[in-house]
Structures are given as structure tokens and as C-alpha cells.
Design a protein around this ligand. Structure first.
Ligand SMILES: [Zn+2]
Ligand SMILES: [Zn+2]
Length: 88
């Protein structure tokens, strides 16, 4: 990670810059994996270093996936309903 103030490369997970002493953004990214929920991940990090979960900045992707999943479930239910109707 890089210090947001002096841009010096500092060890990942540092709470303070070892060059200028400014406090790092301790919030950082949070792992979306509910079993892991690791916090303070680097903003540049794309994957959680603990569990490998993809770190997404936006929630919209997740929302889209849920909408698609609901649509698929609806199609499956309708298909099953038609299948039952034909056999009855
Ligand atoms: Zn610094
Ligand atoms: Zn994780």
C-alpha cells in the first residue's frame, strides 16, 4: 500500500505511515465474505488476502446477481408448473 499523504510505499495493513507518521485509512475495504469479514484491506486490493473473496467496490454487481437469480428461480417454477399441468 502507499501512504495517502507522502505516497511512500509502506507495509500492507499499516495503521500509520512509517515515513510521515500520518494515520492511514483504517477503515479500508471490508471483505464481503460474511464468514471472514476482514476489515482494513488496502483500497487497491482486489481480493481478500485471508479468504480470497473478490473485493467489490460497488454493491450494484451483487444486486444484479440477485435479480438474475430471482428471475432464474421464477423461470424454473413456471417450467415445473407447466410440466405438472401437462402430466395432470
Ligand atoms: Zn506518509
Ligand atoms: Zn476474506
Amino acid at each position: 500500500m502507499n501512504c495517502h499523504k507522502c505516497k511512500t510505499e509502506i507495509p500492507d495493513g499499516s495503521k500509520f505511515c512509517n515515513i510521515c507518521g500520518s494515520e492511514m485509512d483504517v477503515q479500508g475495504k471490508t471483505c464481503p465474505n460474511t464468514k471472514c469479514s476482514k476489515t482494513g484491506l488496502s483500497h487497491e486490493a482486489l481480493f481478500c488476502p485471508d479468504c480470497g473473496a473478490e473485493l467489490t467496490e460497488e454493491q450494484s454487481d451483487d444486486y444484479d446477481k440477485k435479480v438474475i437469480l430471482i428471475l432464474i428461480i421464477c423461470v424454473v417454477i413456471v417450467t415445473i408448473a407447466f410440466g405438472v399441468a401437462i402430466f395432470v
